[in-house]
Design a protein around this ligand. Structure first.
Ligand code: F6R
Length: 571
């Protein structure tokens, strides 16, 4: 998590310009933000950039670095906000990642008299550079030394007070350099400066760079200069809120259009990629790796593929070490951002065991896309709400398409669900009073039960549990009391689902059924589909609307829920 953004230019730019770039990375974390410039300015604030950008005093500089934080080490305080500096405030550092051996490095620096002001792992970096420069090394050699002895992940920008130079280094966390007319931008991802330039260089691991107003050099960890060419990228149009109250509802309402775009693209420009992946998965075992919502789309996807006779499994990326992949495995990473560190780490391990790497991503040019031999883009456009909605639907549809199924009517089905959103709004006004909500599903419905529960938890802060319906009676049913809401996902009157639902009803639960045949519970939402696979994808949209309206009734900050970030770039 955390976003970093720096600029170095021949003519002065305002702090607002720097922060506008940083604001575009706010989805990576919004606990606090800060920036430093070559004029000596150092500003930090708790909270998100959007809330402060118009209140910041304007100053001009030719070099600046900035940071938006998702706290890992140390609470959300001004002291822990970046940029961090050394004892003499000569070096300023912003960092995304985690320095895993920071305690060891810190103890060494403390024993040499350094005084730390924060609880962060990052602060060891400026002190480390200070210490080694004091002992006679150049800044560049101190950076090489840091790359050599540090453990963990980092994308770092470092600047020296009153100097027009940015030093950068990277391992695992993403870092990209952009060429501007009169200088350079450097950031966690291209989105930070995609409105300014489309000419970029991606850094590889253990590389560092020295960038001045006119030129730059990129080096490997031994100091050997590496020749890298700029590549150009294209970017979808930028999203804005328009007349919607929240990005979340806008993004849910966009689903039918996004699915139409996806199907067109899979039939045309991405047809070759689809064909190649389809051939691969017929002769290999498929292992999806993903986190959170993308994992739930993968779990649903395994059912779709198994139904088509393809051997498929899904693993939560942070648990990948428990799985064995080999050259006969096709590992498919599913990720909206394409930057999730747990997924990247799993892919590195899969690559080491010679598995074929494919992916399904939304953000083009992302790390996961670049790590893959073949990658499908789900073309959902920018997803701004932290909770993933239209991308979940797109991921599930893309996997269904890979299984060879027809999905042409999905768009219409989603339209019909969205048209009935007021029904869901009404029921959510009831649901929002609950302390706990249980969501039950079976088979494909289990993936949905987990996804709907996650959506409810993350944006309404109501405790919700997504369960295999048949498993309830083995323990969790002890928690069912009169009035507890149970959302039950029932396709074609599935007998097992009905039995499990009745068992909760017998203990007083209020049943909210998502179904295609009316169920006599407290409330029904009927999805008009006899197609089981499309039914379950559409059930996801119903769940998203339930979560949205429940959170709205509770007045939650829907697009930026507490403690979360859109791109989870730490382990
Ligand atoms: C929940 C949500 C997260 C992400 C997860 C993986 O609404 O969005 O659970 O799905 O952090 O992120 P990506 O898809 O970017 O790899």
């Amino acid at each position: 998590m955390c976003g970093i953004f720096g600029m170095i230019r021949q003519s002065p730019f305002s702090s607002n310009e720097l922060l506008q770039g940083l604001k575009r990375l706010e989805y990576r974390g919004y606990d606090s933000f800060g920036f430093a410039s070559n004029t000596g300015e150092l500003t930090k604030h708790i909270g998100s950039i959007s809330d402060f950008i118009d209140k910041i005093n304007q100053s001009e500089a030719t070099t600046g670095i900035s940071h938006t934080r998702w706290a890992t080490h140390g609470g959300v305080t001004l002291q822990n906000s970046h940029p961090h500096s050394d004892c003499n405030e000569r070096f300023f550092v912003v960092h995304n990642g985690i320095i895993e051996n920071y305690e060891e490095l810190k103890n060494e620096l403390l024993s040499r008299g350094h005084v730390f002001k924060s609880q962060t792992d990052t602060e060891v970096i400026p002190h480390f550079i200070e210490e080694h420069v004091k002992s006679g090394l150049s800044i560049e050699d101190a950076i090489k030394m840091f790359i050599k002895i540090s453990k963990g992940t980092f994308a770092v920008l470092l600047m020296e007070k009153n100097k027009n130079i940015i030093y950068a280094m990277k391992r695992d966390s993403p870092l990209v350099l952009g060429l501007m007319k009169d200088g350079f931008a450097i950031a966690s991802d291209i989105y930070a400066f995609s409105n300014i330039t489309n000419r970029v260089i991606f850094f590889d691991d253990n590389e560092y760079a020295i960038i001045n107003q006119n030129d730059f050099g990129i080096y490997d960890s031994y100091g050997k200069q590496i020749k890298k060419d700029f590549m150009t990228f294209s970017w979808n149009k930028e999203e804005n809120l328009g007349n919607y109250e929240h990005y979340m509802i806008k993004e849910i309402i966009e689903e039918p259009v996004a699915i139409e775009r996806l199907i067109n693209s899979l039939n045309n420009e991405q047809h070759d990629t689809v064909e190649k992946i389809s051939s691969l998965i017929k002769i290999r075992k498929v292992l999806f790796v993903a986190c959170g919502t993308a994992y739930h789309a993968s779990l649903l996807g395994t059912s779709f593929l198994r139904f088509a006779g393809i051997n498929a499994d899904a693993v939560i990326a942070s648990e990948y070490q428990n799985y064995m992949a080999d050259k006969n495995t096709c590992v498919i990473a599913v990720s909206q951002s394409g930057e999730t560190m747990d997924v990247i780490k799993a892919l590195q391990a899969a690559r080491a065991s010679s598995a074929v790497i494919c992916s399904i991503v939304n953000v083009p040019h992302s790390t996961i896309e670049r790590m893959s031999s073949l990658s499908i883009n789900i073309k959902a456009g920018q997803e701004i709400c932290v909770a993933s909605t239209k991308v979940f639907t797109g991921q599930a549809a893309a996997i269904l398409y890979l299984s060879g199924a027809k999905i042409v009517t999905l768009q219409k089905l989603l339209d019909s669900v969205i048209k009935q959103k007021d029904v869901i709004k009404k029921i959510s006004e009831d649901l929002c009073k609950a302390r706990d909500i249980y969501v039950l599903g079976k088979s494909e419905g289990y993936a949905l039960a987990r996804e709907i529960a996650l959506k409810i938890k993350e944006i309404s802060y109501i405790h919700a549990e997504g369960m295999m319906a048949g498993e309830l009676k083995h323990g969790t049913i002890a928690l069912i009391e009169p009035g507890v809401p149970v959302i039950s996902i029932i396709f074609n009157n599935n007998e097992d689902m009905i039995s499990s639902t009745k068992e909760t009803e017998a203990r007083g639960a209020d049943i909210f059924a998502i179904t295609n045949k009316p169920y006599p519970g407290k409330w029904n939402f009927v999805i008009d589909s006899e197609d089981k696979k499309l039914f379950f994808i559409a059930a996801g949209t119903v769940g998203q609307l339930i979560a949205y309206y429940t959170a709205k009734a509770l007045g939650r900050p829907i697009d930026k829920p507490r403690n979360l970030a859109k791109s989870v770039t730490v382990k």
